[in-house]
Design a protein around this ligand. Sequence first.
Ligand SMILES: NC(=O)C1=CN([C@@H]2O[C@H](COP(=O)(O)OP(=O)(O)OC[C@H]3O[C@@H](n4cnc5c(N)ncnc54)[C@H](OP(=O)(O)O)[C@@H]3O)[C@@H](O)[C@H]2O)C=CC1
Ligand SMILES: O=CC(=O)O
Length: 319
Amino acid sequence: MKQKVVVYKKVPEDVLMFLSEKFEVIYFKNLEDRKDSNFIQELHTAHGLLGSSLKIDKELLDHAPNLKIVSNISVGYDNLDIEELNKRGIQATNTPGVLVDTTADTIFGLLLATARRMPELDFYVKSGKWNGTKNEDLFGVDVHHKVLGIIGMGSIGKAIAKRAHFGFDMDILYHNRSRNEQVEKEFNAAYCELDELLKTSDFVCLMTPHTPETDKMIGEREFHLMKDTAIFINGSRGKNVDEAALIYALQNQQILAAGLDVYEIEPINKDNPLLKLPNVVALPHIGSATKETREKMARLAAKNLAEGLAGKVPLNLIK
Ligand SMILES: NC(=O)C1=CN([C@@H]2O[C@H](COP(=O)(O)OP(=O)(O)OC[C@H]3O[C@@H](n4cnc5c(N)ncnc54)[C@H](OP(=O)(O)O)[C@@H]3O)[C@@H](O)[C@H]2O)C=CC1
Ligand SMILES: O=CC(=O)O
């Protein structure tokens, strides 16, 4: 009998076909509620789970006694309770690599859009307000030749540094728990302690995973250390930032502006003050969201899942 796989995110046809050749596939194209009774029912007999963002914790796993693998279609896996999965001998995988350039493009684009106020000015033109030529109040700030501080110089951080160094002649500072000599050589990046990076950077770009250690790692103290001309970019996870402190910093000119792809709560509440601030550029968590890249991610996730269910060690096993 075929093993059973529950897919709870929309995936391309070829991925469904690949999975259906090997497994019984139950497809929830757009699961909105993890308590959905049909979904819970299917979990009871599932061997594999494929999707993204869904919180997979003890409560959910108690419904899935036969589960062998959870394959996340994302690189971040803060939605998974890894300790609980390990305890139960359930493998977990993610999709690093294939989304690096796309995400770096988005985050660098967000940085440019924030510095040059592009969404605000697009609205200005389209709403017919452009009727003068001396528009100094529309000026932005330069990106080229400025200092970019990257917190979390991993795969995506490096790809952002590459764009900044070769494309925009920026000076790169970075902070990790460990040094990365490759980026120091290739992009002339300088390692520094977090506080030094915050004090010195014109752009502060956060790219760490969300872990207990990085939870709210940027808060009141950190915004206070930043220049009042600094632009803060968050492409990582909303929970890495104390959002109330970010709002305060933006409202009180402690920093100049912020470009955000991620939020403490997603989707962001309609009444969140961030949405009222002209110095915020807000994207709906679309770092890796191009057709090509999302397809690659789904294919890689399906491959990881198939390897796990075939008793092999999946390529992207989370350890
Ligand atoms: N907006 C979006 O759509 C997307 C967001 N993401 C987010 O970006 C994150 C990073 O992805 P990726 O670059 O592939 O991951 P990597 O694992 O390659 O890089 C993470 C980096 O963060 C550093 N880091 C981890 N913990 C800390 C810490 N406590 N303090 C300082 N630095 C730390 C690591 O260095 P070290 O271990 O030396 O500390 C490493 O350099 C993902 O986990 C995800 O949350 C990813 C894709 C798309
Ligand atoms: O946020 C997206 C991811 O892949 O992680």
